[in-house]
Design a binder for this molecule. Sequence first.
Ligand SMILES: [Zn+2]
Ligand SMILES: [Zn+2]
Ligand SMILES: [Zn+2]
Length: 125
Amino acid sequence: MNWVSYDFKRQKAGAPGEVLDRITYPCGFCKGTGIPPSKKTGACLVCAGKGTVDVGPLAVVCAYCRGAGTSILNRSLSCAVCRGKGVVQVTGRTISACAACRGGGRSGATRLPCTACRGIGVNMH
Ligand SMILES: [Zn+2]
Ligand SMILES: [Zn+2]
Ligand SMILES: [Zn+2]
């Protein structure tokens, strides 16, 4: 499977099928700064300026935005799949890369979120 999830906190790609079990993650949208990346002032709307988001207890890096938290169509907007957090909650450890998008979370040439996995890149079992 051609599937790479990116764990930006550890600055490395997670293994395929890797389920992250932290509760608190650095906010993907503002990269943990608490400040919106496009404005440079004010509080990040995703994390309310805290710089961290709570997701979980089990989560995977958002495949659609590769954990960046920004919309791939407009970088000043938050990712519609993970709502800007960069990680998406999953319900169990038994997951596999989505066959429809090969784990990329994107629907072919449209660059819209994959409809089979809603953009998270994995299917839960
Ligand atoms: Zn934030
Ligand atoms: Zn995302
Ligand atoms: Zn998919």
